[in-house]
Write a protein that binds this ligand. Sequence first.
Ligand SMILES: Cc1ncc(COP(=O)(O)O)c(C=O)c1O
Length: 395
Amino acid sequence: MTLDENGQGFSTRAIHAGQPADPTTGAVNVPLYLSSTYAQEEIGKDKGYDYSRAGNPTRTALEVCLASIEGGLTAHVFGSGMAAIAALVTLMKSGDHVICGENVYGGTPRLFNQVFAKYGIEFTYVDTSNLEALQAAIRPETKLVHIETPTNPLMTLTDIAAVAEICHSSNGNAGGVELSVDNTFMSPYFQRPLELGADIAMHSTTKFLNGHSDGLGGVLIGTKPEHTQRFDFVEKAVGGILSPFESWLILRGVKTLAVRMRQHDVNGRAIAEFVSGHAKVRRVFYPGLASGPNAHPQYELAARQMSGFGSMITIELGSLDNAKAFTRRLRVATLGESLGGVETLVSHPATMTHAGLGAEGRAKVGITDGMVRLSIGIEDVDDLIADFEQALAAV
Ligand SMILES: Cc1ncc(COP(=O)(O)O)c(C=O)c1O
C-alpha cells in the first residue's frame, strides 16, 4: 500500500488528510463553508481566503486530501470532469499541439474538436497502446499527451511508464511533453499514474471518488509548483470551480474509497467470470481475465500496472435489439449514464457516452451497437448475477 512521507497509508490519508477537527467547535467533519466572501481584518490582511472563486475552506480540504491520496503535490477541483479536462488546455495558445488517446470518453474529443480547435490548438488522436504510433505523432509543438487507461468502453490499456518515458525524452527540453492520465476508471486506489511517471492525474470525481452518484466534479492532481500556479490561475480566471457542497460530498465519499474499491473489485471479478461463461455474451472486455476465450490481450500489463482490476466490464451482445432486450429487463442494475457508484449502472456507449463520435467514429475505434458497459456496484453479487441471468434470457 502506498505510504506518504509521514508513513501513513491510503485509507488514513483518505479519512484525515486536509481534515483536522474544526478548531472552533471540534466538529470531526470539515464544515460546509457556504460563504462567497470573507471578512478582512484590514486592507490587505485576510485569513487566507478573500473570495470563494479563488478559494474556499471546504474545497481546500478536498484538494489537500485528493493530492495526498493520489501522491501529487497539488490538486485543483472543478465543477465537472469535463471542466477539469478543459483546464488542462485552457492556457494553451494557437499552434500548440495535443495528442489524445483515440478511444477515450466521448466528451473529451467533443471538447477538443468543437471548442478548443476553434482557438487554433491542434489535436491528434492516437492509439496510445501503440508506442511507435505515439512517438511518431509527437511534433515540436506538442505540449501534452492525454491518455485514459483503461479506455472507455473498450478497456484497452496504455503502458503509463513507457508513455511517460517517451513524453519526457521528446522535444529536446528538460520537461519534454507533459503526460496527463485520466484515472477515473481505476481511482488512485488501484492505479498510481504519478508514481509511474505521469505529470498530471485527472479524474471525473463524479465516479468512484465520490462513489454515491450524487454530485459532479473533476480534479487535476499535479506534480510541479508550475501546476499550482497554472491551475490556481485557471480556477480564479475562468471560474469553473467546484461548489462547497459538492466538495463536501466528495470528501465524505473519499473516506470509504478503499473499502468500496475492494468490494467493486471482488464483485467485478465475479461478474466478469459469469458473463464470460454465458452463451448469450459474445465477447467480454475486462482487464482481469487471464485466460479463456475472453482473455484480455494486455492482462500482463494490467497486472503489473494496476493493483486491482476494478469493476468496469463491457460486453458484446451482437446487436442493438439484443442490447435493448437485455437492458429493458434489468431489475437490480439501472440503465443510465455514468459509473463508479455503489449501485450497478449499465450504459449503452453507442447512444450515450459515445453518441457524439457518430457511426463512423465509433466504427473506427471499434464501438458497436451491441455493446453494453457494466459499472458493477457493491450490492450482493448473487443478486447481480441473478439479475443479469434473467435479463440475458431476453436476448
Ligand atoms: C473516463 C471519464 N473521464 C471524464 C468524464 C467526464 O466527467 P464529468 O461527467 O464529471 O464531466 C467521464 C464521464 O463519464 C469519464 O467517464
